[in-house]
Design a protein around this ligand. Structure first.
Ligand code: NAD
Length: 293
């Protein structure tokens, strides 16, 4: 079994991005700038946004963190998005999800200008991805593809089972894994909460992408020997041995699945770090495309 090491791969990609930013600025390009909107104070969202802003500093990007109260209205939030759309300094905009229940995430995402949609969630970005046109890919699936590419894993002809059908992970993953390219060119099965006999599908999978949101849901009896396992899940579980009383685990029962498979991503230090890489690469691309206009 080989670990697909998010620290190693993201470190490598971040060095490339840093150099690209320097070259871009040396050639007269403007410093890439990411604006993040955080609504309310959900601790997990705080941590995700904090990490994204910290990465901007590390990679030589500018950043703006806009903190807005949980009782902001949808119209007010869209107004803030529009201000960022019209701000020439800003290349990429991300609105950290989830949003409070009274705000439609679709309405807010639709308000982001597609040229600044560095999370790749806008219908125009998703439509272009579906058609195989150049676009901002959703950050997590993009990061997973970068990881497979780094390890030169040829997925051509493999059976890939994606568990989960969200717009931000599961669905785009099925599209990217089935496209004509490498990584890609796999035969893809999408499973979800209404799939009957999930194990029948996963046991025939050469590659499993688990994006469910249930701790250690994919167990050893569901995995074929030699399979490649991509664990997207981030779940907090109680752990009395930790000072905080809890720790993060994935959607895969790592301890029992790892000995069976050929490659596996750990949680933490796996896909999460690659998501940041996807976001940062999209932001640099946005800056370059805007710079050309
Ligand atoms: P989601 O809740 O939107 O989607 C979960 C999907 O899992 C649904 O499509 C559902 O049909 C499926 N599902 C639920 N129960 C199931 C079951 N018993 N059997 C089969 N399928 C089932 O979640 P999401 O936004 O796609 O995120 C999934 C997980 O990935 C979460 O743990 C989230 O925190 C994590 N995540 C991690 C990153 C990262 O960077 N590592 C990024 C995004 C999401």
């Amino acid at each position: 079994m080989q670990l697909l090491d998010g620290v190693l791969v993201s470190g490598h990609i971040k060095e490339q991005i840093k150099q690209e930013v320097k070259d871009w600025q040396a050639g007269g390009g403007k410093q890439p700038h990411l604006a993040a909107i955080l609504v309310g104070n959900n601790p997990a969202s705080e941590a995700y946004v904090g990490s994204k802003v910290k990465h901007c500093e590390e990679l030589g990007f500018g950043s703006t963190l806009l903190r807005l109260p949980a009782n902001i209205t949808e119209a007010q939030l869209i107004d803030e998005v529009n201000k960022l759309n019209n701000n020439d300094e800003v290349d990429g905009i991300l609105v950290q999800l989830p949003l409070p229940n009274h705000i439609s995430p679709d309405a807010v995402i639709n308000a982001i200008h597609p040229d600044k949609d560095v999370d790749g969630f806008h219908p125009i970005s998703q439509g272009r991805m579906l058609l195989g046109q150049p676009t901002f890919l959703p950050a997590t699936p993009y990061g997973i593809m970068l990881m497979l590419e780094y390890y030169k894993i040829d997925t051509t002809g493999m059976h890939c089972v994606v568990i989960g059908r969200s717009n931000i992970v599961g669905t785009p993953m099925t599209i990217l894994m089935s496209r004509a390219g490498n990584p890609g060119n796999a035969t893809v099965t999408m499973c979800h909460s209404k799939t009957k006999n999930l194990k029948d599908f996963t046991r025939s999978a050469d590659i499993i992408v688990a994006a469910i949101g249930r701790p250690r849901y994919v167990t050893a009896d569901m995995v074929k020997e030699g399979a490649i396992i991509i664990d997207v899940g981030i779940n907090r579980v109680d752990d009395a041995t930790k000072k905080s009383g809890s720790r993060l685990v994935g959607d895969v029962d790592f301890d029992n699945v790892a000995p069976l498979c050929s490659y596996i991503t750990p949680v933490p230090k796996g896909v999460g770090l690659m998501t940041i890489c996807g976001l940062m690469k999209n932001t640099l691309l946005a800056a370059k495309l805007r710079g050309k206009k």
